[in-house]
Design a protein around this ligand. Structure first.
Ligand SMILES: NC(=O)c1ccc[n+]([C@@H]2O[C@H](COP(=O)([O-])OP(=O)(O)OC[C@H]3O[C@@H](n4cnc5c(N)ncnc54)[C@H](OP(=O)(O)O)[C@@H]3O)[C@@H](O)[C@H]2O)c1
Length: 248
């Protein structure tokens, strides 16, 4: 198959790309660093010429919720419109488990993206996955103050981005499936604990402070609203195993 991967250079996109190539698919890499901006319609239909399936794993660069909503609405509409024009038969989007239970902050933007895809004429699949194993390290990167790192109190069931990449290629090969079963990692973890174990693995002496942050979004994280429901597909690699890979 010829598969376009929008966001091919990202945290999960790199794994989607590696898996597609491993299985012998022809790949079109889409990202601004590869010269294609999905926030703009011009040039997209050309990039999607001859493509059977588009996998969208892009994400906004801005932390602003309003900008994220605008980004996901525009980028998904553009990919779908250009895809239709180019004869794409399947649009696959990666979303996040529990977004409808929190429906606030960044998750409101992901819901807006899902709504655009669900209304599309191009047959689609939406896979909701839990946070990647990289989640705690990303939080530490964003909220570090000198010798301290702050993370919100949260429970998550993190998944290997490589396994999400494999699941997305499985979906592209299988054909349009609508909302498919959620994908989660094998074990529930405490985010503060994940951050401490990550810092230990990289030999950092930073101390982690798990904070009770205000607002509906952070309350949802504490209350376990981003955990998968029974019936979700579970990945294999644990967070502990991912950390071992990080040390090697
Ligand atoms: N992180 C998680 O734990 C998690 C869990 C479940 C689902 N998701 C979803 O998975 C998706 C990918 O997440 P990620 O963490 O892998 O993202 P990421 O590492 O930030 O990567 C984003 C990718 O999108 C590309 N991109 C950004 N703006 C673009 C634009 N205007 N035009 C073309 N490409 C653009 C980036 O490349 P350039 O900068 O070169 O353009 C990059 O390849 C997101 O939609 C996210 O909501 C994430």
């Amino acid at each position: 198959m010829r598969i376009a991967i929008a966001g091919a250079t990202g945290t999960v996109g790199r794994h989607v790309l590696a898996e597609a190539l491993k299985r012998g698919h022809e790949v079109v890499e889409i990202s601004r660093s590869k010269g294609v901006d999905v926030a703009k319609l011009e040039g997209l239909a050309d990039a999607l010429k001859g493509v059977d399936a588009v996998i969208d794993v892009t994400g906004p660069s801005s932390a602003s919720v309003a900008k994220a909503i605008e980004y996901f609405r525009t980028s998904s509409s553009n990919l779908l419109q250009a895809g239709k024009q180019a004869g794409v038969r399947h649009h696959v989007t990666l979303s996040i488990v529990g977004i409808d239970k929190i429906a606030s902050g960044y998750y409101a933007a992901k819901l807006a993206q899902e709504a655009v895809v669900e209304k599309s004429d191009v047959p689609w699949s939406i896979l909701r996955a839990t946070q990647f194993h990289e989640f705690a390290s990303q939080m530490v990167g964003q909220l570090s103050f000198g010798p301290f790192a702050m993370v919100p109190k949260a429970r998550t069931q993190p998944i290997a981005a490589s396994e999400v990449g494999q699941a997305l290629i499985d979906l592209a090969e299988k054909g349009p499936g609508g909302r498919v079963p959620d994908l989660a990692g094998p074990q529930i973890e405490d985010l503060g604990d994940m951050a401490r174990r990550y810092l230990k693995a990289i030999n950092s002496s930073k101390k982690v402070f798990a904070a009770t942050l205000p607002g509906k979004f952070f309350k949802g994280l504490r209350d376990g609203l981003i955990l998968p429901e029974p019936g979700a597909t579970l990945g294999k690699q644990t967070y502990a195993e991912w950390l071992v890979g990080l040390r090697n």
